[in-house]
Design a protein around this ligand. Structure first.
Ligand code: PEP
Ligand code: MG
Length: 757
């Protein structure tokens, strides 16, 4: 049998139908209203390659070294052609079409890959294989073969080998599922996602679900009490657009919602009652709260997907269930002993460990508070173990601040005297919001949940905003936490951490190892993030480390001694001066593109004018990066670059991004790392805002998109200013993403209201 119907599929059938189909089969068996589907099994894929005799050639073709990019690209192309150009054997074709025909007269279906390696732990292959919507009878067999062929894309081949799988052992099934031509659709949370309270939250809009999921529309919001069925609150939104299937082409298209339906309530009381009941069924079937995508067509409710909600924390659900722990636990933290700048919010208690030299890092144990002059990339493993971080030096854009935010570890920076006033073994409580260090406290037990879960939004549904909200990443290890925020992509991926942790300057590393290895280290680091976000865009920046940071590495003795490294040999000026090293970074980007990472964007730091940009562009082209095809841009970090924006835009950039950490220091002459002048460091200074406003205005005229990736992008006041000025996207810290989404939404709605009043 070439196909199986959902009736015959359960959770144990991953080997025959892949992960996606197995979970659909489960929902079907539970008699949840899932649209009918059949699955072209993994055995059918096997019979296809074996019966047609292409298997040997196929596996011989892809047996090339993953490091040989060109050979791998050629192999991927040949293998995919072999699959898509080999005719489907008649018996398999007949069975697929017979199953298709039994779905009704001329149905429209979604064809989705369901691979056997899809969601295995530690190997996220999600999103690597094809999906096709609105597929007709004529196309269905071809689409199935295209799903099979997507096992052999350049990226999939490389990734599989990297993860230690052989190409022969991977199987693929294909789900062919009736499309629900939804009249209305949305999402449903069977319990409150942050408190666990038994109330159902439903978001609804007109047409297909893409409008709600992609954020193109602000949906209606309804909250119902599960016990009484009472509607506790409802917010009916103005729904301007909807996604529908075009009657002629069958494609999904965006349409304006007719005037009279825009402000109309999407769901009737009966429909709300039915969704409430369906929510009960799903939660009791799975035994835990679920996040569900639903659609209503012709009065019937369908479920398209269900996933567990992972954000409810134990304390909250106990409180929701009326369980009390009988009172306060632990001492009241005592007297204030020191203060600095709050860098990463959160309170943490633990024993102080003073770290003056790197060989003292071993003394930092799980749950300790690291106290040091300033953190360095070598300290990151110890920072991960720590409950909190305190530094003498630095401002809110220093290494300690940036990294601790990504790790989600509370931090106070710039205390000036922390390493002198505190002592080893002293019990303290730090508050990373207020910037205080108090005596005593009660250390928390080791966290049961992974930091990834903390980063997940607690509020039910991602606020829909026209301005994109992205996230900053500096350590590839933080990519999962960053992706869990639901951000629209990465607005800044710094590659410095990847390079500084090589422990050698780039020149020394290349001399001691090889340029190939250097390139590979960059590819690996960027790829870890690009995979986590694929297909959401990831803006990776070429190297921008000042000479004092390089000096601490092997080979650092050859670095120039500079009076003021912040004004010295860093960013694009160094890259243009030493094009040999820079070329290897560009080689890494080229390789990423060859591997199929079309979501990677290239960003150049610290440019001053069009000449800097054009020289870098020539080098990009020299190494074989197609600057017309790839998305690339520059940071606006110096007043010169803001004032020279016309020429920079004309040089062909697709985007610019405000690096306010530097833009503020260069505009106001305030060293960003000097805690003595930190109180004068003001990203909202009128001079800085003037430069930003001018840049946005020119870029809008020239069709160049604008963004911010400095720390100020996490500040609600700056967010308000930028959205009002018309910025295209905002990139925030992991912990700030959700608040920024809400702030952006509030400002956008106010602007809309103002425009119609
Ligand atoms: C900036 O200057 O705002 C920026 C994001 O770059 P960095 O902090 O790495 O200098
Ligand atoms: Mg900068």
């Amino acid at each position: 049998m070439a196909v199986l119907w959902l009736d015959d599929i359960g959770a144990d059938d991953i080997g025959t139908v892949g992960g996606k189909a197995a979970s659909l089969g489960e929902m079907w068996t539970a008699e949840l209203p899932v649209p009918p589907a059949f699955v072209v099994t993994t055995e059918t894929y096997r019979s296809f390659i074996e019966e047609t005799g292409i298997d040997e050639e196929l596996f011989a073709t892809v047996d090339v070294s993953p490091e040989d990019s060109k050979a791998l690209a050629a192999a991927a192309e040949r293998a995919q052609a072999l699959v898509t150009e080999t005719p489907m054997p008649d018996d398999l074709r007949a069975e697929i079409l017979e199953a298709f025909d039994s779905m009704g007269e001329d149905p429209s279906v979604a064809v989705r890959s369901s691979a056997t390696l899809e969601d295995l732990e530690g190997a996220s292959f999600a999103g690597q294989q094809e999906t096709f919507l609105n597929v007709s009878r004529e196309a269905v067999v071809d689409r199935v073969r295209e799903c099979w062929a997507s096992l052999f894309t350049h990226r999939a081949l490389y990734y599989r080998r990297e993860q230690g799988f052989t190409h022969e052992e991977v199987d693929i099934a294909v789900v062919v599922q009736e499309m629900v031509d939804a009249d209305k659709s949305g999402v449903l949370f069977t319990s409150n996602p942050s408190t666990g309270v038994p109330e159902v939250t439903i978001e609804a809009a007109w047409g297909l679900g893409e409008a709600v999921v992609s954020g193109a529309v602000t949906p209606d919001n309804y909250i119902l009490d599960r016990a009484s069925g009472e509607l506790k609150s409802e917010t009916v939104a103005q729904k301007k657009v909807m996604f529908v299937r075009d009657a002629d082409t069958g494609e999904t298209v965006e349409r304006a919602v007719p005037d009279q339906k825009r402000g109309e309530r999407v769901l009737s009381d009966d429909e709300l009652a039915e969704l409430l009941e369906t929510g009960e069924l799903i939660e009791s079937y799975y035994g835990q709260p679920q996040d569900v995508e639903w659609a209503i067509y012709d009065g019937d409710v369908y479920l398209l997907q269900s996933r567990p909600i992972t954000t409810i924390d134990a304390a909250a659900s106990e409180a929701a269930a009326g369980i009390s722990d009988g009172g306060e636990n632990g001492d009241e933290p005592g007297e204030l002993i020191l203060s600095g700048l709050g860098a990463t919010p959160g309170r943490a208690a633990g024993e102080v460990r003073i770290v003056r030299k790197l060989d003292q890092l071993d003394k930092v144990e799980q749950g300790d508070i690291i106290v040091t002059e300033m953190t360095t990339p070598d300290m990151v493993p110890a920072m991960k173990r720590a409950a909190g971080i305190v530094t003498d030096e630095g401002g809110t854009t220093s290494h300690a601040a940036i990294v601790s935010r990504e790790l989600g570890v509370p931090a106070v920076v710039g205390t000036e005297t922390g390493t002198e006033e505190l002592h080893d073994g002293q019990l303290v409580t730090i508050d990373g919001e207020k910037g205080t260090i108090e005596a005593g406290g009660e250390p928390d037990p080791p966290a049961a949940e992974e930091a990834v879960e903390e980063a997940r939004p607690e509020t039910p549904v991602k606020p829909m905003t026209a301005t994109e909200v992205k996230v900053n990443v500096s350590i590839p290890d933080a990519a999962r936490r960053a992706a869990a925020t639901g951000a629209d992509g990465v607005g800044l991926l710094r590659i410095e951490h990847m390079i500084l942790t090589l422990n050698k300057t780039p020149a020394r590393y290349i001399a001691d190892n090889s340029k190939g290895e250097y390139i590979e280290r960059i590819v690996e680091g960027v790829r870890a993030v690009a995979d986590e976000f694929y297909p959401r865009p990831v803006r990776a920046r070429t190297l921008d480390a000042p000479t004092d940071e390089f000096r601490q590495l092997q080979g650092g003795e050859d670095e120039p001694r500079e009076h003021n490294p912040m004004l010295g040999y860093r960013g694009i000026r160094r890259s243009l001066d030493s094009p040999d090293v820079f070329r290897h970074e560009l080689d890494a980007f080229r390789k990423l593109y060859e591997l199929g990472y079309d979501n990677v964007e290239l960003m150049l730091p610290l440019v001053n004018d069009a000449e800097d940009v054009l020289r870098a562009k020539r080098l990009m082209e020299d190494v074989g990066i197609d600057t017309e095809k790839r998305t690339w841009g520059v940071m606006i970090e110096t007043p010169a670059s803001a004032l020279a924006i016309e020429g920079i835009a004309d040089a062909g950039v697709d985007f610019v991004s405000f690096g306010t950490n530097d833009l503020v220091q260069y505009t106001l002459a305030i060293d960003r790392n000097n805690e003595r002048v930190a109180d004068r460091y003001d990203p909202l200074h009128p001079a800085v805002l003037e430069l930003i406003s001018h840049t946005i205005e020119v870029c809008r005229e020239k069709g160049v998109s604008t963004s911010i990736c400095g720390q100020a992008g996490s500040d609600p006041q700056m967010v308000r200013y930028l959205v009002e000025e018309g910025v295209t996207s905002i990139s925030a810290n992991i912990d700030a993403v959700r608040d920024v989404q809400h702030e952006v939404k509030r400002v956008e709605q106010r602007l809309l209201l103002d425009s119609v009043r």
